[in-house]
Design a protein around this ligand. Sequence first.
Ligand code: ZN
Length: 239
Amino acid sequence: MKKNKHYRCAVCKNAFKLNDVVQAPLVGKPVSDLIQHDNPDWSDESCICRSDLSNYRSKYVHSILESEKGDLSQLEKDVVDALRDHELISSDVDKEFEQKWTFGERLADRIATFGGSWSFLIIFALFLSVWIAMNSLVLFWRPVDPYPFILLNLLLSCIAAIQAPIIMMSQNRQEVKDRIRAQHDYQVNLKAELEIKLIHEKLDHLLSKQWERLIQIQELQIEQLSEINEIKKRPRHSA
Ligand SMILES: [Zn+2]
């Protein structure tokens, strides 16, 4: 005889050690129903290996989601997969996002940030005043760009023309970032919600099972007590 008893999984029919299987009474009712549906010989004495149980749990979650939302999007499918594989879904979106971008896009971001700052505004105002002062005060000398500063106008239009697309690039990037963050938040929330639902069901199931057990034990104790009573009564009657 083998030292370690092996348990046969009711789904894949492979033999496992006790640590790798879950006994049927510990499987929640809805998941248990799903297993029963596919394996008619599933009973309270059966066992199921952990990977099959995970598969059935994800099937169950899939069915809950489908019944509430209709067809599942890729985002929701990812959540169900993560639940099945016990993977963490939360991650630092900003960090991942930073790695994805080319040098040009990051440069656009930096220029847009600088263009929208007080330092840019102050530097630019200083530059304008110096330009105007130089070309007005040294008027009697030989100004490069005399009043009404046509060269300055040209420069300003060029800067405006370049700045607009840079700001738009940066805004597009921000938009993509926000969308990814929102999707990610949705996935994390959905996963948390589903996990909590599963835990709730498991707890309810365990509580009801425990209750049944307690009642069984109590019945046994009452039986034993009445037996003891009988035994106690007997010698008195005979004596
Ligand atoms: Zn199995």
